[in-house]
Design a protein around this ligand. Structure first.
Ligand code: 5GP
Length: 346
């Protein structure tokens, strides 16, 4: 047994130190980024915030709404091939730049992925997503997928440490998804005791990925626009959001009315709710590692998007970054033991 004594940090442990700036207004800040991907050589331009591949977040409807602001959606993996065909027939020009197909690593998953990429050559992104990205099987799966699809941008995860980021990039992934246990409806840390505070995971994994020319996605744990800024400040290239995009018109999840107030169901992809719905229940050798909650219904996602983008622009003006790309270079985090004043929170 070993203990590492260096303290690892989450978003709640830091704030940005303000810096002198020549920026006059938030409107001068550009949040657009362009990335070139290491295996495909393809590039992408957009605002690097993503809806999570959960069936109560990463829906086709969400993708259409987020595309309006150049945001990305990792579409959840439970749509059928027929649903994908219908969607792609009707969806507007350019949607393929803002969506990824998601997949697990089972045999049926592979067949579906191959069929969809063959049928829709305009699709460009694939998100290979497993709860534990540390298994050898997963690395082999990424390798085999890269061999079959040399031109597709592959996102793979989840992991939280630099050596595994490097291994997955070398195996053929372009972008690594980082986060074990920080999610709003995740119970992995409670059920297993495994995890890594998200900000430190991002800082360490970004360093490993950038050294090889890859990118990372900070996945999970953001509950405010300030957290999204902190993930970018720590070096994340993309930030993936579940809970912050839940509860809207475009999110999936049943609408529920309790005493005149409206809620939408939101649940983890390894919750008993998700497993009952998609795989006929929780297998008896495993525990559910996700929660089911009801979040207040929040109307169209547009307002939430503007609130998040406004918050990040404001962070940039406080530290003197005129573009999102500059934010990490302009970031000095201070270690804190307080966050917002909660005296008037209910
Ligand atoms: P959030 O933005 O809500 O804090 O986190 C979203 C992320 O939580 C997802 O992108 C995914 O990585 C993770 N997640 C989603 N469902 C589950 C689950 O059932 N169990 C665990 N451990 N993580 C989940």
């Amino acid at each position: 047994m070993r203990i590492e004594y260096e303290v690892k940090l989450g978003f709640k442990d830091v704030m940005f130190r303000p810096k002198r700036s020549t920026l006059k207004s938030r409107s001068m800040v550009s949040l657009e980024r362009t990335f070139k991907f290491m295996h495909t050589g393809k590039s992408w331009t957009g605002v690097p915030i993503m809806a999570a591949n959960m069936d109560t977040v990463g829906t086709f409807e969400m993708a259409l709404a987020l595309q309006q602001h150049q945001l990305f959606t990792a579409i959840h993996k439970h749509y059928s091939v027929a649903q994908w065909n219908d969607f792609l027939e009707q969806a507007p020009e350019g949607i393929e730049n803002y969506i990824a197909l998601s997949t697990g690593t089972g045999e049926n998953d592979t067949e579906k992925v191959d069929e969809l990429f063959k049928r829709h050559p305009r699709l460009k992104f694939l998100c290979i997503d497993v709860a534990n990205g540390y298994s050898e099987h997963f690395v082999h799966y990424v390798q085999a997928t890269r061999e079959r699809h040399p031109d597709i941008v592959i996102m793979a995860g989840n992991v939280v440490t630099g050596e595994m980021v490097e291994e997955l990039l070398l195996a053929g992934a372009d972008i690594i998804k980082v986060g074990i246990g920080p999610g709003s409806v995740c119970t992995t840390r409670v059920k297993t005791g495994v995890g890594y505070p998200q900000l430190s995971a991002v800082i360490e994994c970004a360093d490993a990925a950038h050294g090889l020319g890859g990118q990372i996605i900070s996945d999970g744990g953001c509950s405010t626009p300030g957290d999204v800024s902190k993930a970018f400040g720590g070096g994340a290239d993309f930030v993936m959001l579940g809970g912050m995009f839940a509860g809207h018109n475009e999110s999936g999840g049943d609408l529920i009315e309790v005493e005149g107030k409206r809620y939408r169901q939101f649940y983890g992809m390894s919750s008993a709710t998700a497993m009952d719905k998609h795989v006929g229940g929780v297998a008896n050798y495993r525990a559910s590692e996700g929660k089911t909650v009801q979040v207040p219904y929040r109307g169209p996602v547009e307002e939430t998007v503007l609130d998040i983008l406004g918050g990040i622009r404001s962070t940039c003006t406080y530290v003197g970054a005129s573009t999102l790309k500059e934010l990490t270079k302009r970031t000095t985090f201070i270690r804190v033991e307080e966050q917002e004043n909660q005296v008037y929170n209910d």
